[in-house]
Design a protein around this ligand. Structure first.
Ligand code: PDD
Length: 285
């Protein structure tokens, strides 16, 4: 697999960045994860827009215009002869002397990594996964806004360590006020009395591209939706639950903190949205 580093496609061994890169020293950078289906990057425009928003939020000037970044991503698929693929683009502050001042880094570092997409085991979708509500709180938006898709991931990693200890597939973080926020790498949905509920953006979450598409598909399918401040006890009493992100798409959650969700099986609205999402993917050309 050839990796893109600052304009060049390099073999795994040659694809290296400096130990003085501020991405390595300080986690100073932004990224996007994407999926390509049948050789085409799904919702590329939305990922590029969010990449730009994240970069703006940390005062990072992108090294190329967005259309050229899109071309580099597509080239990464072509040179690696990939159709079903995982892609990650990462843009860090770049190489510079030790110190926090971004001006120490004259040019950002841009890396694109790809790999063939390996389907998740079908049992995950058939049976659902277990999640655990963790103690680690999601970053306060006034400290490090979760809306920024930044490469500084310690908040999520601490939550992941807790969720692994609990034997859960994903850890669910609460926000600073104790409302349900999101997973370590996913957004969360619940279904209650036929209404699809998800934490509102004011909770302090990443506005997932999958989350937005699921809300759109629900409205199209006449499923009532509600974006709200969600209390943990309401989540624990949900009839259905699922998580979303670019790679897992819509994944049913059947256990929360060791307790079954509803009847312990993926629910009918979850199933409908899983199908609607897959059909959307089929129709994208
Ligand atoms: N993660 N919330 C967080 C904290 C995330 O890291 C992600 C995505 C999401 C879902 O966003 P989207 O639907 O746009 O993928 C929500 C990606 C998959 C990652 O870290 O690789």
């Amino acid at each position: 697999m050839l990796a893109y580093v600052n304009g060049k496609f390099l073999s795994k061994d040659d694809a290296v960045v400096s130990v003085f890169d501020h991405g390595f020293l300080y986690g100073d950078g932004v990224y996007e994860t994407m999926r390509a289906y049948r050789g085409k990057i799904f919702l590329l425009g939305k990922h590029l827009t969010r990449l730009k928003q994240s970069a703006d939020a940390i005062s990072l000037a992108l090294p190329l215009p967005l259309d050229k970044i899109g071309e580099a991503l597509n080239e990464a698929l072509t040179v690696n002869k990939l159709n079903e693929a995982y892609l990650r683009i990462q843009i860090s502050r770049g190489t510079g002397e030790i110190g926090l001042d971004p001006a120490l880094c004259p040019a950002p570092t841009m890396v694109i990594l790809t790999r063939p997409f390996k389907d998740y085991p079908p049992e995950l979708y058939a049976n659902g996964v277990a999640v655990a509500i963790v103690q680690t709180r999601r970053n306060h938006p006034l400290a490090l806004d979760p809306a920024i898709k930044g490469t500084n991931f310690l908040n999520n990693i601490l939550a992941k360590i807790e969720s692994l200890k609990a034997g859960a597939y994903e850890g669910i973080m609460l926000n600073w006020q104790g409302y349900v926020a999101e997973g370590t790498i996913s957004n969360l949905f619940a279904v209650k009395k036929g209404i699809l509920q998800t934490p509102s953006l004011e909770t302090g979450i990443l506005e997932g591209i999958t989350r937005d598409l699921v809300l759109h598909l629900a409205r199209k399918g006449k499923i009532p939706t509600e974006e709200l401040l969600m209390r943990p006890r309401d989540l624990l009493r949900a009839d259905e639950c699922f998580i979303t992100n670019t790679t897992v798409e819509v994944l049913p959650v059947t256990v929360i903190d060791g307790q079954p969700v509803g009847n312990g099986r993926p629910g009918p609205i979850t199933e409908r949205l899983m199908q609607a999402y897959r059909s959307e993917v089929q129709h994208h050309v």
